[in-house]
Design a protein around this ligand. Sequence first.
Ligand code: ATP
Ligand code: MG
Length: 257
Amino acid sequence: MGRIIAVANQKGGVGKTTTAINVAACLAKKGKRVLAVDLDPQGNMTSGLGIDKNDLGYTVYDMMTDQCNIGECMLINVFPNLNVIPASRELAGAEVEFVGMEDMQHILKNNLKKVKSKYDFIIIDCPPALGMLTVNALTAANTVLVPIQCEFFALDGLSQLIYTVNLIKKKLNRTLKIEGVVFTMYDSRTNLSAQVVENVRENLTQNIYNTVIPRNVRLAEAPSYGLPIIIYDPKSAGAEHYMMLADEIIENDIVTV
Ligand SMILES: Nc1ncnc2c1ncn2[C@@H]1O[C@H](COP(=O)(O)OP(=O)(O)OP(=O)(O)O)[C@@H](O)[C@H]1O
Ligand SMILES: [Mg+2]
């Protein structure tokens, strides 16, 4: 039975896409069957996985507006064991187009339902907003993975995200769970990162992954080569830590429905 994980935090630039790409790639590397879904009009997951955004056929937008079926927009074996549903700028218009559509919160869920049994993990990269795209991701998901950047305002907005998750649980997806919080961009040279981690650990009741993702320049470079870190630089600290996170995610028996 597969697990659908939405990588979400409405705060921008906290490491959602980096985490979604690399968790997906590390799970695939470990032999899991993985589908990565780009649900952000910025399309950073798409390009970070080496897919040319200017040369796309059908995308997640076409699927969600009923212009193609899920098989038609899916790219197969982009990396071994890793299929991808790409996103383009057009997706930005989807929020408006959904209005009035029947069951608009369930569009993604209804599509993923058709393929879920073929995967061990489906990883959804969410945009930095709590709009209808993220609502669709949270409605489709079994769990939410929340990246938190190790910086002073780390917890800003987290209560709003947790509030939204609880609302979705009540109204749309009774069994949704918080998979866990993962710290990103940890800088061991400063006290700040350590203080943030300590402070959040004290104040959060949610599961927090033991693996902390370090700030690592190789992680920032990899997307411009269209490669996940385990292929771009498998010996880097970034690769090592995302592999450890993938292990924790596999072991996390929180799920599934
Ligand atoms: N551990 C890391 N070490 C170094 N750079 C990182 C790390 N994680 C992410 N970055 C860089 O920080 C920037 C923001 O990361 P990313 O795009 O993953 O965040 P995001 O939450 O998806 O952003 P958005 O909200 O815009 O979608 C990117 O340039 C990325 O390469
Ligand atoms: Mg992103």
